[in-house]
Write a protein that binds this ligand. Sequence first.
Ligand code: ADP
Ligand code: MG
Length: 275
Amino acid sequence: MTVVEQTVVESRPMGDTIGIPFIDNAKFSLRNVDVFYSDKQAIFNVSLDIGKNEVMAMIGPSGCGKSTFLRCFNRMNDTIAGCRVSGSLKLEEQEINHPKTDVVPLRARVGMVFQKPNPFPKTIYENVAYGPRIHGLVSKRIELDEVVETSLQRAGLWDEVKDRLDAPGTSLSGGQQQRLCIARTIAVSPEVILMDEPCSALDPIATARIEELIAELSENYTIVIVTHSMQQAARVSNRTAYFHLGKLIEVNDTEKVFTNPGHQLTEAYITGRIG
Ligand code: ADP
Ligand code: MG
């Protein structure tokens, strides 16, 4: 992994986030992050650490900036015209936002699963094989077969698809498609999996299956999940971050956030008075 020189970032106060935004031995260290869409600011001076093997949930009312903030973690805001990110965003030693950072290996390290399952218009096998092939992770077909099988197993889908790997990915149910997208993400050996409302298009049974999977995956990956479901945040995460109008209001152990929030805005949201 290439280490790029540090971007010099002006030193600013860390914002007014309450709770436990900073931890030791972080996977991500984000400092003074601002995001603008043209001249409209969407994220205001957010500073936060995320731990290795942590599941971090991000919650807050619609439009508060959760997706915008999540997209900072693997430079997906680059794909939006007029979107500008500033601040220091470090993935361990690497400055994510540095102009010399190559987004292709970055996005292999930091994979993403979207709201709506989006398999490629290819076979189940090819959906998973595509990433390892383009990243040159395997050279022989037998190795590729192995990566495909292992990834589908880790995504909890292997038993359901092993006899029809040549069927189109889109022939699967919504929940299976989402697990296929998770398998596709895992196949390139990421360190982090970002999930933006991964269950919002799924029924309760498929949702429960994805939540079980998150618990299993958290043994090997850092997971950051945006969810509009407070129950889901409570079930799957170690810490929860509450956003309001582009500001990070509170971050704390999930149980604390839901039983004894420290800020009146967090309390208003979790008790259903806002959002
Ligand atoms: P959330 O995911 O919490 O619902 P978003 O990150 O999608 O919130 O949006 C945060 C703010 O940024 C909102 O005011 C939204 O309208 C604005 N926004 C999001 N995407 C764009 C975009 N592509 N162009 C301009 N404004 C955007
Ligand atoms: Mg969103």
